[in-house]
Structures are given as C-alpha cells and as structure tokens.
Design a binder for this molecule. Structure first.
Ligand code: ZN
Length: 254
C-alpha cells in the first residue's frame, strides 16, 4: 500500500476525473467483495491459496466427469459465506453512481450479486462470470434457483442431477475451461467503448477476456482509474491509481 499522502493525492486526481465524467463504466473483481466477507481466490487469504485442491471444483472437465468433485463443490456452495454477505460502502458508492445518472454499466467478474443488492439495477450489471444464485443443467440448459438445488443437497441428495433430463447440474457460473457467453462479453465491450471513464475496482486485471476491457476503453479515449489493493499489469496506463482499501476510497471519489 502507498503512504497516506500519496493516496490522498491519488484520491484528488480520481475525484477530478470523475467530476467531469458523464459516462462511467465500471469493471469489478473479487477485491470489492472481500470487505463483505467473501474471500478472493488467489490473494493471501484466498480460497485457492489456502486449499489448492479446491480449484479443481471450479474446473469444468473435473466437474463434469467426477462425482466426488461435484459433491465437494455442492458442499462448498452450501457453506459459502456469500449467502449472508451484505454490500459494503464500495458497492453502495457504485449504486450512487447509477442514481447520479452517470453509470453506463458495471461489468463484474463477481458471481455474488452484491451490486444488485446494493441498489444497482439488474440491467446495469453485466455478469461476466455468471451468478452463483442460479443453477443450469449442462446437458439441456434448464435453469433454476440455486436455493432449490441446495435444499436437495441438505435433504441428502449430495450430487443432485437435472430434474428434467438427469444431466449434470452446475452453478450458472463460468468455470475454468468454459467460454464466456459471447452476448454477455459483447455487452461489456460495448460499455467499455461507450464510456469516458473506465473505473477498474478490485480486479487483478490478469484474467482475460475481462481484463481486455481496460485497453479497449483506454484505446478508445477513456480515462482510466484503477482501485486495487495490489499492483496490476495496467497500472502504468492509469490516469489515477489507488492502491488502497476499496470500501474506504470509493465513497470518497464518487
Ligand atoms: Zn437437463
């Protein structure tokens, strides 16, 4: 983290850039939800840092062929801290940005729906990696509520299958080895091209294609503000760079 004086200076720069902005697109990653008690994946306290074996539950090929991996995944879903998590001041600041009428969209790598809970309208939230609150059948595409599937797991069905076709049921999220929905990605790219400021929050900007939204917006002439605890590969391109606490800094700059 930068010394406090440097952070205050960067906060001032970010405020100035945002003050003149009429169309803001936001890219968010796991870092905005850690202050709500949802651990990131690869940070010092990350889910996969602490338990590298857990990563295979998020890998499509393992998930589809191995019942044991699916049982582990369902138990992880059952015990996820996300079910009781509440939006933090960082999420609420982004909801305020929408109320001000200046938000193009939030493209998020998160699957926790905390942006919607904070007050952003669903139509403004582009879920690049899907949502953990829905399930989808890998075989027939049937969708349903995650809660209904978790109820079956609680009742003893440890690897629940699709009630319509008997296919493999999975959270409606993007696993490793699974392509992003092209329509969702196209919406995010359009939002990156339509903004005069791109605000990247809590993302390591190392996972593509999501991270590709940053050079896309920048090359189209948008100013770039990065807020993240750790350095990112795009720090040198930022017009304002804040290595600081997201839930403290976002309310200050918006
Ligand atoms: Zn099915």
């Amino acid at each position: 983290m930068a010394p406090p004086d440097d952070i205050q200076q960067a906060v001032g720069q970010a405020r100035q850039i945002l003050r003149g902005a009429e169309r803001v697109t936001v890219l968010t990653g796991a870092g905005i939800s850690t202050d709500s008690g949802i651990p990131d994946y690869r940070g010092p306290q990350g889910t996969w840092t602490k338990d590298p074996k857990a990563e295979r539950t998020a890998t499509l090929s393992h998930y589809l062929r191995d019942s044991e991996v699916r049982r582990e995944a369902w138990q992880n879903r059952l015990n996820s801290p996300a079910w009781t998590a509440q939006p933090n001041p960082g999420h609420k600041a982004l909801a305020e940005l929408e109320r001000q009428g200046r938000l193009v969209a939030i493209a998020t790598q998160n699957i926790d729906e905390l942006h919607q809970q904070a007050g952003n309208s669903p139509g403004k939230v582009i879920e690049l990696h899907g949502t953990m609150r829905r399930v989808r059948c890998w075989d027939c595409g049937e969708e349903g509520a995650m809660e209904a599937a978790l109820e079956r797991v609680r009742a003893g069905d440890l690897d629940p299958f699709c009630v319509r076709c008997g296919g493999v049921l999975k959270s409606a999220t993007i696993s490793f080895g699974q392509a992003l929905d092209p329509e969702v990605m196209a919406k995010a790219e359009a939002a990156a091209l339509a903004c005069d400021v791109l605000l990247a929050v809590g993302s390591s900007l190392g996972v593509y294609p999501a991270a590709g939204l940053v050079p896309l917006a920048k090359n189209a002439g948008a100013a770039l503000i990065i807020v993240n605890a750790q350095p990112t590969p795009y720090d040198a391109d930022a017009d304002a760079l804040l290595h600081a606490s997201i839930s403290e800094v976002l309310p200050q700059i918006i």
